[in-house]
Design a protein around this ligand. Structure first.
Ligand code: SIN
Ligand code: FE2
Length: 209
């Protein structure tokens, strides 16, 4: 596949979706350090979904946190494990998300970040991000560490999906007509990476309307 190397040039053939290759590279070390600092306070955990299954992706949050349990999905200011507020959004997170959104043509300040950790074998099924209060804001998604195959579809689960490999430092922004697009991640393959043999994903949202 040929890839435009200009930031902000849509690589997906869908309106409202931008792939910003390498946009987070210069901040990557600082982002990983900030992730690890968050995880010392609010450790990665495998949440249980309403059907009773355990998610293969380890999760924690900064800012307003996304939580799954047997009762459903919700946002919460507190980490249910500790009863304490989730760690604040690190400034390096917020600045990166703002700049990426701007490069993709959106004005955006996040108030929550879901931090996903994929070990080899972990995956995330096709889903929509639809628990937020402000759909005028885009989703900003940052990939770090091992590469993963990202699936990006349409507004219906049955719509065709595009598959694309996301590498360390890549950022995907989706908003506007694409805000409620189905997306997911195929099973992570084992590999070696200088940040550790796993993949982190930061998903920035505007939770409060
Ligand atoms: C997500 O949709 O929460 C994660 C997407 C990704 O890991 O790239
Ligand atoms: Fe998502």
């Amino acid at each position: 596949m040929t890839q435009p190397d200009l930031f902000g040039v849509p690589e997906f053939g869908r309106e409202g979706v931008s792939l910003l290759r390498g946009f987070a590279l210069t901040d990557a070390q600082e982002l990983v350090a900030a992730i690890e600092a968050v995880a010392r306070v609010a450790p990665f955990r495998h949440m249980t979904v309403p059907g009773g299954g355990r998610m293969s992706v380890g999760m924690t949050n900064a800012g307003i946190g996304w939580v799954a349990d047997s009762k459903g999905y919700r946002y919460d200011h507190q980490d249910p494990l500790s009863g304490q507020p989730w760690p604040a959004l690190p400034p390096v997170f917020t600045h990166l998300a703002e700049r990426a959104a701007q490069a993709a043509g959106f004005g955006f300040t996040p108030d929550g970040c879901l931090i996903n950790r994929y070990e080899p074998g972990a995956k995330m099924g096709l889903h929509q991000d639809i628990n937020e209060g402000d759909y005028s804001a885009p989703i900003v998604s940052v990939s770090l560490g091992l590469p993963a195959t990202f699936q990006f579809g349409g507004l219906k689960r049955s719509d065709p999906v595009e598959k694309i490999t996301l590498h360390h430092g890549d950022v995907v922004v989706w908003g506007g007509p694409a805000r409620k697009s189905f997306h997911g991640v195929l099973t992570l393959r084992a590999g070696h990476h200088v940040i550790g043999n796993h993949r982190y994903n930061l998903t920035f949202r505007k939770v409060l309307g």
